[in-house]
Design a protein around this ligand. Sequence first.
Ligand SMILES: [Zn+2]
Length: 163
Amino acid sequence: MSPIPPAHVRVDDAPDDEQIVAELTGLLAATSGIAELAERMTLLSDERRLRILFCLHAHPGVRSSDVARATGALDSTTSHALALLRDAGWVRAGRSGREVRYELADPVIHELLHSLGSDHLPGVHHAPGSADSDAGGADRAGGSDRAGGSAGSDRGDGAAHHR
Ligand SMILES: [Zn+2]
């Protein structure tokens, strides 16, 4: 096994361990939302929901019923899973006509899915100007260009894909 080089190096003289503990304690105290983050992350440690997320990544805007067919799960199970993911802000729903279509809603899950080996279907690319195609780019203004306007989506951030 080839050793993996360290991801970080400390460039100044490291303080003693007591000091490091004090600094870590301060850092954690200044970091909000870790409990909420843990709660959100629990949703990702589920095979069925991960399969759903892989589908939404592979083809954004897919219908719930089609996700169910693709994953071999019941419609009701899939809807429930999608609702949980939506409540947690991982995905969002948009309505076009009578159909509700789902896509990823958070750049974090998008990046994670790529890291996990999730890919797009042929023909699906990252939208020009999206956070994923130009690193560090600002979120595109105001929500989805998908049909329907009020997308039933509560978060306007990070639409990753548009065809
Ligand atoms: Zn992607």
